[in-house]
Design a protein around this ligand. Structure first.
Ligand SMILES: Cc1cc2nc3c(=O)[nH]c(=O)nc-3n(C[C@H](O)[C@H](O)[C@H](O)COP(=O)(O)O)c2cc1C
Length: 184
């Protein structure tokens, strides 16, 4: 196989499309992020990376809390909207008819209409370059029960969007194999 060399900056495999809530009360804002991922199981730690010019940057800096709200594919328009408008100019909650739902631990509100919400408190931050990376300890997780099977996310029911190279993709059901299948 002959391979081509690519820029190290090229987008890699699909990333999530999550809408993050930051800030509290009337100031609370929504920002779509693709740079989101889990990095530790116990304690459960996730990372999100935000560029300092974003309106959301100062809000996460001020409050050191955030909520990751995962949409379904039916909520793609809301997701794109939150990633193409700034909270400096619009109230994204109001424009999209989204409801602020009180979180159980953090003061940042969750998106009621989105089926999966993870409350996080910032335990560390690293200035990496274009983005500041925040490490968040997950202090509570909530889901619409219809997406849960034996205490975890049912991948056959949860049709969520992913993002790669400027495109939204549907991660469809279709489990290939179970973890560890190569052992037998
Ligand atoms: C699919 C998608 C993924 C994005 N991922 C990020 C990201 O990981 N980090 C970031 O700083 N901005 C990201 N953005 C851009 C912000 O969401 C966008 O600039 C937004 O309008 C900022 O809102 P704010 O000014 O209200 O904070 C993404 C946008 C889209 C549409």
């Amino acid at each position: 196989m002959k391979k081509v060399s690519l820029s190290p900056k090229i987008s890699t495999f699909p990333m999530p499309t999550a809408v993050i809530s930051v800030g509290t009360g009337e100031e609370a804002n929504l920002i779509t992020l693709a740079y989101v991922g889990k990095v530790c199981a116990d304690p459960p730690i996730v990372v999100v990376s935000i560029r300092p010019p974003r309106h959301s940057y100062q809000l996460i800096e001020n409050h050191s809390e955030f909520v990751i709200n995962y949409p379904t594919i039916d909520q793609l328009k809301e997701t794109d909207y939150c990633g193409t408008r700034s909270g400096r100019n619009v109230n994204k909650w109001k424009e999209l008819n989204l409801t602020r739902e009180e979180a159980s631990v953090v003061k940042v509100p969750m998106i009621k209409e989105f089926p999966w919400n993870m409350e996080c408190t910032v335990i560390n931050r690293i200035e990496l370059g274009t983005h500041v990376c925040y490490f968040g300890k997950v202090v509570a997780t909530h889901s619409d029960p219809k997406y849960i099977k034996t205490d975890s996310l049912d991948p056959e029911k949860f049709h969520f969007p992913a993002y790669i190279a400027g495109n939204y993709l549907e991660i469809k059901s279709g489990i290939l194999e179970k973890h560890g299948f190569s052992i037998e």
